[in-house]
Design a protein around this ligand. Structure first.
Ligand code: NAD
Length: 302
């Protein structure tokens, strides 16, 4: 039976640290950290995520606001609201909630976010800093996974890691972070040949393909560490039942073989939100100059 890498528990600890630090430094800073979420359209999953982020902000003392544009909003309208947030001194972090309607250019919108307020770590400047191993705002999901692996005392030095998925949001930055932790990383994607074979070689699997149940028991080696990034709604099978969530890994079959595994829900998801809070506080700290330098706690090793 695998040990569960408990994202809910670790996120709670992060929240407690951030809450204490914000409270401690609020008077010196003169204002609380502020996060603005730009939402466009009515994607229901985005609505849930935005609400969860706002609730998490409230728990730690970050002032959050949502700028909600209709699905018909033009590129110029959204760009203008990003520019206003860039210039707003009470706003430390800006997040453009993805996905956005197809007629909009996500690249241009992400590029418009002030890199100092880019709490999703998706601006090319922050991605470049990550690539070079320089300090900067890091992508929340892979940063959260690194924290979970540290919490689980997973030794990454020399480990054979396979990252499935190469998106800018998850797979690419994940691969870089693991390499920087001295793992030997293989990247797999939709054109990878014999993915099952690649999986069997891996001592650490990070699965971010967006395909429910992709990784099965006969694909993994015993003792593997499994991080499941995927999140999918499973509709109720009959009336009266509730919808559930599943990941990219066939959990029931893989869990008995793994040494460690992230559950879905309760694994990577809560850590993504925790890292968003972390980044917002980091951006607040930076914008307050030297005043609030001690606000961040180091990643919790245990
Ligand atoms: P994406 O669609 O942008 O990228 C998916 C990647 O997987 C692509 O690089 C593609 O090449 C690869 N892929 C697709 N099918 C494959 C297959 N059969 N075999 C191998 N590779 C395959 O998705 P994303 O934004 O990276 O998200 C991936 C999943 O993670 C989604 O389910 C998403 O909802 C979830 N997600 C969860 C969190 C969280 O906090 N838990 C955060 C971000 C994304």
């Amino acid at each position: 039976m695998a040990k569960h890498l408990d994202g809910r528990l670790l996120a709670t600890r992060y929240e407690a640290s951030l809450r204490a630090s914000i409270a401690q430094h609020l008077a010196t800073a003169g204002y609380p950290p502020g996060l603005a979420v730009v939402r466009i359209g009515e994607d229901p999953a985005s609505g849930v995520y935005v609400r969860k982020k706002a609730q998490a902000c409230g728990r730690v003392g970050i002032r959050s606001r949502i700028t909600h544009h209709p699905a018909t909003a033009s590129q110029q309208e959204v760009l203008e609201s990003i520019r206003q947030l860039n210039a707003d001194p009470s706003c430390d972090g800006i997040l453009v909630q993805l996905p956005i309607p197809a007629h909009l250019d996500a690249r241009q919108l992400l590029l418009a976010v002030d890199p100092a307020k880019d709490v999703d770590g998706l601006h090319p400047l922050n991605l470049g800093r990550l690539m070079r191993g320089e300090p900067g705002l890091r992508s929340c999901t892979p940063a959260g996974i690194m924290a979970l692996l540290a919490q689980g005392c997973i030794a990454l030095e020399g480990i054979r890691a396979l990252v499935i998925g190469r998106s800018i949001l998850v797979g690419q930055p994940m691969g870089i972070m693991l390499q920087q932790a001295n793992a030997t990383v293989t990247m797999a994607h939709s054109r990878t040949r014999d993915l099952a074979h690649q999986c069997r070689q891996a001592e650490l699997l990070v699965v971010a393909a967006g395909k429910p149940g992709l990784v099965r028991a006969d694909w993994v080696r015993p003792g593997v560490v499994v991080v499941d990034v995927g999140i999918h709604r499973v509709p109720p099978r009959q009336q009266g039942e509730r919808a559930t969530l599943c990941g990219d890994v066939y959990f029931a079959a893989v869990e008995p073989l793994a040494s460690h595994i992230t559950p879905v829900p309760g694994g990577v998801g809560p850590m993504t939100v925790a890292m968003l809070l972390w980044n917002t506080v980091q951006a607040w700290q930076q914008r307050c100059g030297g005043v609030v330098r001690t606000v961040l706690v180091p990643l919790l090793p245990h």
